[in-house]
Design a binder for this molecule. Structure first.
Ligand SMILES: NC(=O)c1ccc[n+]([C@@H]2O[C@H](COP(=O)([O-])OP(=O)(O)OC[C@H]3O[C@@H](n4cnc5c(N)ncnc54)[C@H](OP(=O)(O)O)[C@@H]3O)[C@@H](O)[C@H]2O)c1
Length: 298
């Protein structure tokens, strides 16, 4: 069967990008190109027929060859949050290359509430503006906070019985990376060409206090929510070994939760994928191996 379109995924050795490629790898209708800085890591996908090319947004000259032939392109936002503004340059280079090769539509993994004043969200705000000015068709998939973040912080919270956060009484419409990947795969393989912003969110708003309660239930031992001021949270993160800027980024997420910035629970995941997104409770239950282990470690 002749393949009609070429779909391209950037950042394809990252957790999200790789999963999108896996979900689309067996498509008979579309040719699939996966670009990455690490082609060796995608050897298994190349064996399944995926065209793997090297692309590094820090090397703009390489990008036109990497993106050649792409009709629709999923631009996975990079993780370069170490230096403010660096990601914007990376994403602009990718958008310029997409335009230069004649791609029709770019789907971008953005972030809930992009805002020029708000740490990492400023990069997403600037990237969305660059897309809107590019003349390309574009879709912004504004990911809410990944539920997986909770699996990072809860073992320590369960072990100590204290979930320390600077989120006030706020929370988020946490969404799993798997649901984000499924939504991105659906958006990339669709025929939709309109300029759209979609809030990719979980099924409900879950506060940090709710998370502590869920952790208590799952672990079978009390876990109290301990709200602290942002400066105290930063001091704790730095004492635990985080670099200052990375700690600032994490603290800014907590402050944004306190300000109610991630409270857009929407039907976008179900609309795109036909599946209801996973709840925080279901996600944490699926981590039952992790939570009792943390409790036992106390
Ligand atoms: N909403 C949230 O809560 C949340 C949480 C974490 C991350 N994110 C964002 O979502 C993105 C995907 O998440 P993830 O968990 O899959 O991240 P990850 O596993 O840490 O992967 C990092 C991603 O950045 C790409 N990248 C880094 N430097 C690059 C460069 N110079 N040129 C091209 N690509 C580059 C990597 O591509 P290759 O390695 O394949 O080149 C990879 O796709 C992250 O990069 C970040 O922007 C959102």
């Amino acid at each position: 069967m002749a393949k009609n379109r070429t779909l391209l995924v950037t950042g394809a050795s990252g957790r999200l990008g790789r999963r999108v490629v896996e979900l689309l790898a067996d498509s008979r209708a579309d040719r699939l190109v996966a670009t990455t800085r690490n082609p060796d890591r995608l050897a298994d996908l190349a064996k399944r027929g995926v065209i793997v090319r090297r692309a590094d947004f820090d090397d703009p000259k390489s990008l036109q060859a990497a993106f050649a032939g792409a009709d629709r392109l999923l631009l996975v936002s990079t993780d370069a949050i170490d230096a403010p503004g660096r990601r914007i340059e990376q994403h602009r280079a990718a958008i310029d290359a997409a335009r230069a090769v004649g791609a029709g539509h770019v789907i971008y993994t953005s972030f809930a509430e992009p805002d020029p004043r708000f740490m990492v969200a400023a990069d997403h705000w600037a990237t969305e503006r660059a897309l809107a000015a590019s003349g390309l068709g574009w879709t912004a998939l504004r990911h809410n906070l990944y539920t997986e973040y909770l699996a990072q912080v809860l073992p320590e919270a369960i072990a100590s019985g204290r979930l320390v956060a600077a989120a006030g009484e706020g929370g988020a419409a946490f969404v799993t990376r798997e649901d984000c990947a499924r939504a991105a795969a659906a958006a990339l393989s669709s025929t939709d060409t309109g300029d759209r912003v979609l809030e990719i969110a979980g099924p409900a708003i879950v506060t940090v206090r709710d998370v502590a309660r869920l952790a208590s239930e799952l672990a079978g031992r009390p876990v109290s929510y301990v709200p602290v001021e942002p400066a105290a949270l930063k001091a704790g993160l730095v004492a635990a070994g985080l670099r200052g800027h990375v700690a600032d980024v994490l603290v800014s997420m907590h402050v944004a939760m306190a300000q109610g910035k991630f409270r857009a629970a929407t039907s976008a995941v179900a609309d795109l994928t036909g599946r209801v997104p996973m709840s925080v409770a279901a996600f944490l239950s699926s981590k039952s191996d992790l939570l009792p282990a943390a409790a036992a470690a106390r």
